[in-house]
Ligand binder design. Sequence first.
Ligand SMILES: *[C@@H]1O[C@H](CO)[C@@H](O)[C@H](O)[C@H]1NC(C)=O
Ligand SMILES: *[C@@H]1O[C@H](CO)[C@@H](O)[C@H](O)[C@H]1NC(C)=O
Ligand SMILES: *[C@@H]1O[C@H](CO)[C@@H](O)[C@H](O)[C@H]1NC(C)=O
Ligand SMILES: *[C@@H]1O[C@H](CO)[C@@H](O)[C@H](O)[C@H]1NC(C)=O
Ligand SMILES: *[C@@H]1O[C@H](CO)[C@@H](O)[C@H](O)[C@H]1NC(C)=O
Ligand SMILES: *[C@@H]1O[C@H](CO)[C@@H](O)[C@H](O)[C@H]1NC(C)=O
Ligand SMILES: *[C@@H]1O[C@H](CO)[C@@H](O)[C@H](O)[C@H]1NC(C)=O
Ligand SMILES: *[C@@H]1O[C@H](CO)[C@@H](O)[C@H](O)[C@H]1NC(C)=O
Ligand SMILES: *[C@@H]1O[C@H](CO)[C@@H](O)[C@H](O)[C@H]1NC(C)=O
Ligand SMILES: *[C@@H]1O[C@H](CO)[C@@H](O)[C@H](O)[C@H]1NC(C)=O
Ligand SMILES: *[C@@H]1O[C@H](CO)[C@@H](O)[C@H](O)[C@H]1NC(C)=O
Ligand SMILES: *[C@@H]1O[C@H](CO)[C@@H](O)[C@H](O)[C@H]1NC(C)=O
Length: 380
Amino acid sequence: MVSHRLVSAAIFIVCCLTTFADAATLVSDEVDALRSIGRTLGKNDWDFSVDPCNGTRGWLDQPFSDDSDYANNVTCDCTFNNNSTCHVTRILLKAQNLSGSLPTDLASLPFLLEIDLTRNILRGQIPRQWGSASRLESISLLGNRLTGRIPVELANLSNLTSLVLEVNGFSGPLPPELGNLSRLERMLVSFNNFTGEIPEAYARLTSLQDFRISDNNFTGQIPEFIFRNWRNLTRIEMEGSGLSGPIPSINTPLQSLEYIIISDLNGADAAFPLFNAGLPSLDRVILRSCNLIGEIPTSLREFRSIKILDLSFNRLSGEIPDLSVLDYDTMFLNGNNFTGAVPSWILDTNEAVDVSYNNFTSTGAVSGCGRAGLYDNFQL
Ligand SMILES: *[C@@H]1O[C@H](CO)[C@@H](O)[C@H](O)[C@H]1NC(C)=O
Ligand SMILES: *[C@@H]1O[C@H](CO)[C@@H](O)[C@H](O)[C@H]1NC(C)=O
Ligand SMILES: *[C@@H]1O[C@H](CO)[C@@H](O)[C@H](O)[C@H]1NC(C)=O
Ligand SMILES: *[C@@H]1O[C@H](CO)[C@@H](O)[C@H](O)[C@H]1NC(C)=O
Ligand SMILES: *[C@@H]1O[C@H](CO)[C@@H](O)[C@H](O)[C@H]1NC(C)=O
Ligand SMILES: *[C@@H]1O[C@H](CO)[C@@H](O)[C@H](O)[C@H]1NC(C)=O
Ligand SMILES: *[C@@H]1O[C@H](CO)[C@@H](O)[C@H](O)[C@H]1NC(C)=O
Ligand SMILES: *[C@@H]1O[C@H](CO)[C@@H](O)[C@H](O)[C@H]1NC(C)=O
Ligand SMILES: *[C@@H]1O[C@H](CO)[C@@H](O)[C@H](O)[C@H]1NC(C)=O
Ligand SMILES: *[C@@H]1O[C@H](CO)[C@@H](O)[C@H](O)[C@H]1NC(C)=O
Ligand SMILES: *[C@@H]1O[C@H](CO)[C@@H](O)[C@H](O)[C@H]1NC(C)=O
Ligand SMILES: *[C@@H]1O[C@H](CO)[C@@H](O)[C@H](O)[C@H]1NC(C)=O
């Protein structure tokens, strides 16, 4: 009888050991770290009765089928110690109404690559201790209520490729030290209260592809290095950034450059920037309210890939060159000082071209015919 029981107990133990051996588990230090991080963020529904790396619901949810931003996703790498040990690599908690603050102890997840807390209602500052989470490659805090400065310690994150801080209440200057982030590809800081100049040290951010600084209170000029050093640039957004012109000319081929979006510049009048290099991917050129004077250079015709051209609310003058060779579908030339006749290629187009509020001497045959694609409020 007794021996019988011993045998079943033995079988039981073997079963259990086998089961545990199959399921890799998160190291206990990181379980503790997650408890603390969850408390600070206000993430109250993490279930610590299961292993955080097991992929159980609550730790790793399928994304909602609608295209809401919601994400609830803790990802681990469980290939350590012969596939028996896990470390947390990614934490994505998006659009969850988290109302706490940012945890200081990210460095207690030493394998963390990504933290994404997009669209919550987190308050407070970025802890300077984040500079010790040395493997971090991606930080997104987009759409929270965070304030304070960007800590210079983030310059220690030598593998950082993406820093997204848009739509918060961050303030102060951008730290020049971030110019050390040689792998940085995305720096998105639009819709904040940043001040000061764009640091000269950012000339060294040669991996940068996407740079967005709209709606801030920066001062100084648009740095000339943006189109010179950032050879992999795909997109630049500076709408109402506070910066002054002139817009630098482009003398370096930028194979990937798609979007140049600049508006509401401060500063003196300036000529249209020269595009003196191949820009084969150029798709959108928005230079609205940039104090541009003089004529549109006819060389703009060479950039045929342009789909959207917005030069509105400048004081461009002279006749509009023949831009019909562009692959455009929308053009805003309104609110300038163009003279002469409205060109026939505009009168004849089926695309949307706004030439209202200019100083044309003649609108050709257009008056009253309501032609498709031509906005009708000419200022004669
Ligand atoms: C989750 O845990 C169960 C039971 O311990 C195990 O069978 C399963 O393999 C685990 N899954 C993962 C992804 O670790
Ligand atoms: C969790 O996030 C990782 C990293 O972004 C991603 O590869 C994975 O597909 C996500 N899983 C789910 C279920 O959303
Ligand atoms: C690794 O795990 C496999 C099966 O889980 C086992 O056969 C092997 O002996 C283990 N290797 C080491 C070095 O522990
Ligand atoms: C760990 O698991 C993966 C996938 O199951 C397997 O390809 C790999 O060989 C395993 N590694 C070790 C060390 O057992
Ligand atoms: C967040 O709060 C809003 C408004 O109260 C609510 O509609 C939404 O469902 C909440 N989202 C989550 C993930 O709880
Ligand atoms: C960042 O690096 C500097 C030296 O480069 C070091 O003195 C400092 O302690 C580091 N800070 C953090 C938070 O890791
Ligand atoms: C940065 O990433 C490389 C591989 O891409 C890795 O070898 C290196 O250890 C990482 N650096 C840090 C500080 O984690
Ligand atoms: C920016 O600063 C101003 C004045 O200090 C303040 O009124 C405003 O709320 C701040 N904006 C944001 C988005 O934090
Ligand atoms: C620019 O992009 C190319 C192609 O993706 C890549 O090989 C190169 O390393 C990048 N340059 C920098 C400085 O990141
Ligand atoms: C930006 O600066 C202007 C004037 O310098 C000020 O009126 C405005 O409140 C500031 N905006 C923010 C968001 O700080
Ligand atoms: C418009 O251009 C004409 C000449 O082309 C010039 O005399 C006039 O001053 C310009 N108006 C403005 C507001 O720049
Ligand atoms: C319109 O053009 C005429 C002649 O070129 C110029 O004298 C006048 O100042 C211009 N009007 C405006 C509002 O710029």
